[in-house]
Unconditional design. Structure first.
Length: 313
């Protein structure tokens, strides 16, 4: 659904105080950036933490924190108490659908008004990719919950390039996606969009069919060979794409400790979605610039910001 081209922000004019937000996944890449956005904007929020040490760390920084987890119904409900909105971001894993479902149900029970859920651009209920399937099922559960809802559906994270940092420093970018292209997005942009949605009712969704879905991507799809060329230009040393056959790619993942379910899902994602272009993997949108009033960060921007990690010593 297209976003308005203007974005009044209650943080800027002092005319309204945003309702308290519960942030889940606060120690992850998106959550860390969102905590910074909300803190800078003076938005009242609390974070959900699995471990007492995390609670202490946030509290020491002046951030309100509650101890609980997606597996702890009572703790989850208590963390949501007094919150009008929930930012829902679950980690990929075999229990991801259940975690999302239980959090949505807890939000209903706690009287939460609006849930902003991180989904994925390739969410499909019959996908062979576990997290894409689980997100699709959880998204539907949210639509039917009676809550107001906003879905954020990001493309491929530029941050995932850091997983290959050692290879990139040696001049290689290995992958099994061939010349297939996909949409890319920086997690900082996902967080900035989430902050905008959480603080501006004009871009929030309503309940049922009136909810909103934002596809979060850059301005064009890029293949891994194109990404390698961008890295070459930005980093000043040659980076070559190296195609790894799918069976070998799976074997490398397993050898490095990736669980079998996740390794199979990654193979499907890079072969089916990226290489073959299934499930709208190449689709891009203008939602990021429409919501933020600026262009989305590019792969080149990301490479410049992480030059130290990606460049040869």
């Amino acid at each position: 659904m297209p976003a308005p081209t203007t974005h009044p922000d209650p943080r800027l004019d002092g005319s309204a105080t945003p309702a308290r937000v519960l942030v889940t996944g606060a120690t992850g890449d998106i959550g860390t950036a969102l905590v910074a956005e909300l803190t800078t904007g003076g938005v009242p929020f609390r974070v959900l933490c699995r471990r007492p040490a995390q609670v202490r760390a946030f509290t020491d920084r002046g951030v309100e924190a509650a101890l609980g987890s997606f597996e702890d119904e009572a703790g989850l409900g208590e963390a949501m108490r007094g919150c009008e909105q929930v930012f829902l971001n679950t980690p990929p894993g075999p229990e991801q659908f259940r975690q999302n479902r239980d959090a949505i149900d807890a939000a209903v029970a706690a009287g939460v008004r609006h849930v902003v859920k991180v989904s994925t651009s390739d969410a499909r209920p019959r996908s062979a990719i576990p997290w894409a399937r689980d997100h699709a099922l959880a998204d539907e559960h949210l639509r039917r919950s009676g809550l107001a809802w906003t879905l954020l559906q990001p493309g491929a994270f530029t941050e995932n390039l850091l997983v290959e940092a050692a290879a990139i420093r040696r001049g290689w970018l290995p992958q099994t996606s061939g010349h297939g292209a996909t949409a890319w997005i920086d997690v900082a942009d996902i967080a900035a969009v989430a902050a905008r949605v959480l603080t501006d009712p004009a871009v929030q969704g309503g309940p049922g069919e009136d909810g909103r879905t934002y596809l979060l991507t850059g301005d064009r799809p890029l293949s891994y060979p194109e990404v390698a060329a961008i890295l070459t230009t930005v980093l000043g040393h040659r980076v070559r794409y190296v195609h790894v056959p799918a069976p070998a790619f799976y074997g490398v993942l397993r050898a490095t400790g990736v669980p079998a379910w996740q390794a199979r899902g990654l193979v499907h994602q890079f072969v089916d979605v990226v290489r073959r272009g299934q499930d709208d993997g190449r689709l891009c949108s203008s939602d990021v610039p429409d919501l933020l009033g600026r262009p989305a960060r590019t792969v080149a921007d990301f490479a410049r910001a992480h030059r130290a990690e990606l460049s040869r010593a």
